[in-house]
Design a protein around this ligand. Structure first.
Ligand code: F6P
Ligand code: MG
Length: 452
């Protein structure tokens, strides 16, 4: 992406498919229709299941849903205007208000279309329309078209999951002997495992399988050169400074929120990191934030979250089932909690959260650290805009900062800020796809406290 000049206070333009040949253009032209076609095929393949479960009504619903998805695919491929939602759900009005804002004071419907509007908006909109197509067709309203892909990604990552749970058991056994350095070393390892777990995402692959085959612990050192920003030391010191002397002389750790990304192997890496933080007194509680509807193919829903813990518990692998049982009891005790605010499945840039979802912003202000997993969250943190590579992460956040935060992201979209002068240009000369292949990663930290 060429560096664009910005006035000091200027806000860079949004990435969009208006730029023919750009990654946004190729995503909307090729990848999104592929994802839609896979969704249609999945529904068609389950036709008999719908008939067995719901009889003729199920067949009607299957047919009508496919009709709605095919209609949307045609709108997308012929750059038709974005349409208002008609499903009268909790967030329908917020989506339609957002559309009207984009149409401007004249309400010019033609001006908001798949290739002319911001990429972030239309890509999020597509997943919300998939939800509408199902919702409008009971009895298959709550069918998750991406469920098969997510569960398959979990099953195909079993070797890596076993390796990770075995590693966790190894360090959990030695809770009292670990020196500070060993604690820090294990923290860094599990933070990296959670970062690289983000490579396993089915949206970038347009649904192609990309589960984790080998244990990620063995590849951490070979992946180190691909980390472009490494603020892991800031994450560690934020956790340590959140520890306070509690009652009876015990240390009381802080609260860590994890804004989740993908189900499957990536979710397991996040659960293992969360287990480690609690077991070693680096967090007293963990709030997980997932999606309230199926999203970007592999993103975690409440159903995926519970299913993954149940599956881990039921595994016939000693340390997997022990980990799963531990995670289940953390949830029962309230040490871990799962939340799915509708804001995470709306198109907003995070700098709008305080205005558009003040309740969620206030919730995040209660955390001592918020970890944002993955590429879409990074795009929303930085507004999915054509920033220069060297623009500061704080500048790109444009005032978003409910708490100290860190993005753990592998690069799958052509947006990256906070690099050193020349670093982006050097990467482009070495590897033209560095921004979108998922090969590179960042551990990028920001604290609002540093602004005071
Ligand atoms: O372009 C790839 C893409 O579809 C992006 O739109 C999105 O940011 C990414 O996949 C999803 O990746 P992640 O699961 O890491 O958010
Ligand atoms: Mg995702």
């Amino acid at each position: 992406m060429m560096a664009v000049d910005q006035s000091v206070h200027g806000v860079a333009p949004s990435l969009s498919a208006k730029v023919v040949g750009s990654f946004a253009y190729l995503t909307i032209k090729d990848r999104l229709p592929t994802i839609l076609t896979r969704a249609i095929d999945t529904i068609h393949r389950n036709k008999n299941k719908f008939f067995e479960e719901y009889g003729e009504e199920g067949i009607q619903a299957e047919k009508q849903t496919i009709h709605l998805l095919s209609k949307m695919r045609n709108e997308l491929q012929t750059d038709k205007p974005v349409l208002a939602l008609t499903d009268d759900l909790q967030d329908t009005e917020s989506w339609n208000q957002y559309l009207r804002r984009h149409q401007g004071p004249q309400g010019d419907e033609e001006s908001v279309s798949w290739f002319k509007s911001p990429w972030l908006y239309v890509e999020c909109y597509m997943y919300r329309r998939i939800h509408e197509a199902l919702w409008l067709n009971p009895p298959i309203s709550d069918y998750d078209v991406f469920n098969e892909a997510k569960t398959q990604s979990f099953f195909e990552s079993q070797q890596a999951v076993m390796g990770l749970c075995t590693y966790l058991e190894g360090i959990n056994k030695s809770t009292d002997e670990l020196s500070k350095n060993q604690l820090l070393d294990n923290f860094n390892k599990l933070l990296l495992v959670s970062l690289w777990g983000n490579k396993c995402d089915l949206s970038i692959s347009a649904g192609q399988k990309n589960s984790q085959k080998t244990s990620p612990l063995e590849s951490l050192s070979s992946l180190q050169p691909f980390i472009l920003v490494d603020d892991s030391n800031m994450v560690w010191s934020t956790l340590i400074s959140a520890q306070r002397p509690g009652q009876s002389g015990k240390i009381r750790a802080g609260r860590v929120d994890i804004v989740l990304d993908n189900a499957g192997f990536e979710l397991v890496t996040d659960l293992v990191l969360a287990d480690f933080l609690v077991s070693f007194g680096l967090a007293r509680e963990i709030h997980f934030h997932g999606k309230s509807i199926p999203w970007f193919v592999s993103d975690v829903t409440a159903n995926d979250f519970q299913w993954t813990i149940r599956q881990t518990m039921a595994a016939n692998h000693k340390w997997m089932s022990k980990s799963g049982a531990q995670w289940q009891s953390y949830l029962k005790e309230g040490v871990w909690s799962y939340h799915d605010h509708p804001f995470w499945t709306q198109p907003h840039e995070f700098c709008d959260m305080a205005a558009d979802a003040p309740d969620l912003y206030a919730t995040l202000q209660g955390a001592d650290l918020v970890l944002f997993k993955g590429d879409l969250n990074y795009r929303k943190l930085t507004g999915d805009r054509e920033w220069d590579y060297t623009v500061g992460f704080d500048t790109a956040l444009r005032g978003f900062g409910p708490a100290p935060l860190c993005s753990l992201r592998t690069l799958k979209a052509n947006i990256q800020v906070g690099l050193q002068p020349g670093q982006g240009e050097k990467l482009t000369s070495q590897d033209p796809d560095w921004m979108t292949s998922g090969t590179y990663g960042v551990i990028q930290f920001y604290s609002p406290k540093s602004e005071q």
